[in-house]
Design a protein around this ligand. Sequence first.
Ligand code: SF4
Length: 478
Amino acid sequence: MENISIKLPSLKDAKKRTRKPINIYRDLYELSESLKKLGENKKYYLRTYGCQANERDSETIVGILDEMSFTKTDDYNEADLLIFNTCAIRENAVNKVFGEIGQLKRLKVKNPEVVFAVCGCMVQEEITIERIMNTYKQVDIVFGTHNIHRLPQLLENFINTKERTIEVFSIEGDVIENLPVKRFNKYKAWVNIMYGCDKFCTYCIVPYTRGKQRSRLMKDILDEVKELKEQGYKEITLLGQNVNSYGLDLGMEDGFATLLEEVAKINIERIRFATSHPRDFSLRMVDVIKDNKNIMPYLHLPVQSGNNEILRLMGRGYTVERFKMIYDKLKEAIPNIAFSTDMIVGFPNETREQFEDTLKLVDYCKFDFAFIFIYSPRAGTPAAKFIDNIDLKEKSERLQELNERVAKYGNLNNQKYLNKVVKVLVDGKSKRNDEVYSGYSEENKLVNFTGKNIKEGDIVEVLITEIKSWSMNGEKIN
Ligand code: SF4
């Protein structure tokens, strides 16, 4: 057994970007015979916070735990191993995780043998590690976003030594190809196409927690999609922090449009992708989405603000005019395309007039949906040095006003579907009513519907009979 010392993160190191080539490892993850048995008769409980990248990482964690013979439990009271896969994107997400780590202290008191691990973006920050080391003694193992493949060795180390095991690397990162995965859904799959981000938007912690942009080779992505199709998957979502810059680090130009075209040829029924960035969004994408019927007519394109000065302070690298131009081209070429976005209210120095520019942009784009957040500084980012000078009451009022404006258009957009037929990929029965099924339309609208001979994973035609703000009701017609 190796001697694992405590390895702590450093945001200063995490910020560095060098010209070092990216390593692609195909044999970095390995399990000895003893590690394959380490989880025998033991149960794990995993809780995931945050974005799709974390969800996909959790599928890898579960793939590893499966190979180590652990079994899953949904009841943390009966778990031998608890893992929290955390998110650092906003202050309240971080506080929520700490609150829940605190609550689970009693499990450790009841059963000192329980192993408690924390991983994900939050632990890539020094302040989190300090807080865990000083205050949250119930945490036994900490590992970061760059070394999920080391989970077996870290677990073994802790079980054998009972010494707190903290291993977090602040590196640019590699691509590790041979990790196991246990997909959480039988018909919809996440496919990583790249890791990390080099954009360094001034408010964002992700480039520090997830490292430098590293694209997977196109062949590896296509092989994964082919395999998913063979396994019966109906929908894939290509994942990256900034998918439109896919391939830049591999020397490709317009790599994402090319990748999308190649993925579309595999003929999987539905292709989605997240997250897009207006700065790198090439106009060839408009034709690629239009010409390939299995690329869904839905785009999540985060704008963040409708004011150019605020966009400049955010370091976003585009203007409102460019955003509108992309929007116009897409709407013209694909009239039924649905749009969603992310917006931040109360960024430092945002005046009422500048906020109103965001309202005007919403009036222009009539988004189907938006994730709207109150700005909160993330320590270590450039924006954290700006004076957070909008008071919380004002931020909350802006949030509410913007939410109401978006809801108005969400509802109006949904009205267009009344008495129309949409194609829905069935997720299963509704949680609230056993006779109702739910799923998403091609435009990513949540549809609840009734009908006969329906099973999970089917793509069915549904006549829309009732519109709600964020969902639609209907009846299956075939
Ligand atoms: S593009 Fe900007 S907001 Fe998105 S992950 Fe990168 S730095 Fe963060």
